[in-house]
Write a protein that binds this ligand. Structure first.
Ligand code: ATP
Ligand code: MG
Length: 622
């Protein structure tokens, strides 16, 4: 039996302990941010293994990001001596691909975005006879087809009127036909898009009773993190699998921020109906943030009828009474400089925790922050640029949460394009660009092990030679080769590279300030957090500057972002901002008005004192 060190199960509070050791078949934890939901889920897995109530092969833990799945796996492997890797901790998509490969003759390959857009364009042309299709049309169509698939709707299932729109802003009556054609094209060419994975897997399980029984027998214990983010397809899959199994889910409907992607927190509220007699547990002790940060975020999430709603109340365990800081600046350049100055003070030894009336921002204390203690959050990716410029100028190291760069490096990227061409999954753009290699690719023999195959292509591109003068390329090449050893075919390697890419990757091991969208910050925590661009139109976001698409979801997003902070929270906004090249007057976000004045310190930018050195960055403090 696996040996579980005691510590993962130590220090749990009574509610967490009850959840970990529950005897109920179905358990749902509904609790606010930082209350240890994810930790409790992990501890429950440890406990089940330690008590020999489950073997690792019985456990399936589903998450929304590879990062979350990876952390769960790492933690499980670190506390059980052997067999940890036999626990299935995966994203929904990753799990479904695994099932399809294991239990069906699914041989389709995942497409990169550019190929998917090409295929969508081809399908439109085939149906309408149009010669040219606008990019805008394709991206709207893409959103609609993705939504259909997320909801397990075949072409023809779309219904009439608003139902056909299905929550997507635009719908063209020709789309169902395009959807059908697109799907036929993918099938003929052995291709699949991301959303196909869950859809096809669901179909497989629901049409083959014996197989479904076998899968249910294996996964006797099912766990889902962030249950409030489920979309219809994911929800139906979970229900299908958990018919007789133990199911343990955690979530926080206040943190539901993926409505635009088809997530629906109503599935969370339906858990009680779906699993009658389930055990419901609430956690109220927060281990992440100071009480001030919790109070302020509570005031933002509870408005109107909700004002005194007990359900949101959680209590801090962390000391610290400093106010949150609300900073007005002149423009986006000034905002970035102001944030940079605060970071510089922090790494120079200012403790935000003791920064109270007595100890002003200039007095200094013993605590020194590392650059990695700071996170700069924004609503839209465009806002990152001003920070990148300002930080580069003064030498503040930073990283931007992004798709992992190593596979996009020149050399590696080219090599992967060649692999895709070989697999018949190259986009047109790839085929232009690599025309010279096409005959050689055609001449490659099929059965070759993945590593040898990569070496051959790498040889054509001189990767090893280039790597001798380019350390980063050499490291990336090594990484790719290591991965290749894990997979039995080039197709499998490419699929897993695609699946393993979170759009918002952060390297936790580096001493850098993290820049990311508010969405990307979900589930994370940092000692000092800056919420930037706190202006109406930015958060809540309005695409056209006026109409906010879903004000409640924007509010929840603001709440998620605020509750990432442990010790100190800054809300910054600018009086003017350049949007699509045009300068606009800005007003600070209405969400700030919901925060009691006494919880915050208000700082205002001074009038400009010095002539700006560069056009973009105004040297100005608030
Ligand atoms: P979110 O809603 O943001 O995802 P969460 O509820 O999943 O938050 P966790 O990330 O699991 O919260 O925990 C928040 C922090 O509190 C982590 O640093 C975790 O290690 C710590 N923590 C959780 N439970 C305890 C406990 N009983 N004792 C000490 N620290 C704890
Ligand atoms: Mg969590």
């Amino acid at each position: 039996a696996p040996v579980v060190p005691k510590h993962i199960l130590d220090g749990l509070n009574p509610e967490q302990d009850r959840a970990v050791k529950s005897e109920s078949r179905a358990v749902v934890i509904q609790a606010g941010p930082g209350t240890g939901k994810t930790r409790t889920l992990t501890a429950r897995i440890a406990w089940l293994l330690r008590e020999n109530r489950a073997i690792p092969e019985n456990i399936l833990a589903l998450t929304f990001t590879n990062k979350a799945a990876g952390e769960l796996s790492d933690r499980i492997e670190s506390f059980i001596s052997k067999g940890g890797h036999l626990v299935t901790a995966a994203t929904f998509h990753g799990f479904c691909l695994k099932m399809l490969k294991r239990y069906s003759d699914f041989k389709r390959g995942l497409m990169e975005d550019d190929l998917r857009f090409e295929m969508l364009g081809l399908a439109v042309k085939a149906v309408t006879g149009e010669k040219k299709v606008l990019k805008r049309t394709v991206s709207k169509l893409d959103a609609w087809i993705s939504r259909q698939k997320q909801q397990l709707k075949e072409p023809g299932d779309e219904g009439q009127g608003d139902a056909a729109n299905n929550g997507i802003e635009y719908f063209d009556p020709v789309w169902p036909e395009v959807y059908k054609t697109y799907d036929q094209m993918l099938e003929e060419r052995g291709l699949a898009d991301f959303e196909d994975l869950i859809f096809i897997c669901f179909r497989l399980f629901s049409r083959d009773a014996a197989l479904l029984e076998q899968v249910r027998q294996q996964y006797k214990f099912i766990f889902v993190d962030e249950y409030q983010d489920l979309n219809l397809g994911q929800y139906k899959l979970v229900k299908l699998l958990s018919q007789d199994s133990h199911i343990f889910v955690i979530g926080d409907p206040d943190q539901s921020i993926y409505g635009f992607r088809g997530s629906d927190s109503r599935f969370f509220y339906r858990f009680e109906q779906d699993f009658p007699g389930c055990e419901q547990i609430r956690l109220r002790q927060n281990y992440r943030s100071t009480q001030t940060i919790l109070d302020a975020s509570f005031q933002v999430i509870c408005t109107g009828d909700d004002k005194d709603n007990e359900r949101h109340k959680i209590y801090a365990s962390l000391d610290g009474t400093q106010k949150i800081s609300i900073n007005e600046t002149a423009g986006e350049g000034a905002e970035a400089v102001a944030v940079g100055k605060i970071i510089e003070k922090g790494v120079g030894g200012i403790s935000f925790l003791s920064m109270d009336k007595g100890t002003g921002p200039d007095s200094g204390t013993d605590k020194e922050y590392a650059f990695s203690d700071f996170a700069v959050l924004y609503r839209t990716r465009q806002q990152a640029q001003a920070f990148a410029q300002a930080f580069e100028k003064v030498g503040i190291p930073f990283q931007t949460a992004d798709r992992e760069h190593w596979i996009d490096m020149a050399g590696i990227k080219d090599l992967l394009a060649l692999v895709r061409i070989f697999l018949g999954r190259g986009s047109n753009a790839d085929q232009q660009q690599f025309a010279q290699f096409l005959p050689r690719i055609a001449a490659l023999s099929n059965p070759m092990d993945t590593s040898t195959f990569l070496d051959t292509l790498g040889g054509w591109l001189d990767i090893t030679a280039l790597g001798q003068t380019d350390e980063k390329l050499a490291a990336a090449w090594q990484r790719l080769k290591t991965l290749a050893d894990r997979y039995s075919s080039p197709g499998e390697l490419i699929d897993n590279l695609r699946l393993d890419q979170d759009p918002d990757f952060l390297d936790k091991s580096v001493e850098k300030v993290s820049l990311m969208t508010m969405h990307a910050a979900k589930g994370l925590e940092f000692p000092v957090v800056f919420l930037t661009g706190c202006e109406n139109g930015t958060i809540p976001f309005a695409r056209d500057g006026k109409t906010v698409e879903d004000p409640d979801e924007e509010r929840r997003l603001f709440y998620v972002a605020m509750t990432r902070a442990k010790e100190m929270l800054y809300l910054t906004y600018a009086r003017k901002r350049r949007i699509f090249g045009r300068e606009q007057q800005r007003i600070r976000t209405c969400f700030i008005d919901d925060i009691e004045k006494k919880l915050a310190r208000y700082e205002k930018g001074k009038k400009q004192v010095k002539k700006p050195k560069s056009k973009d960055i105004q040297l100005e403090l608030f």
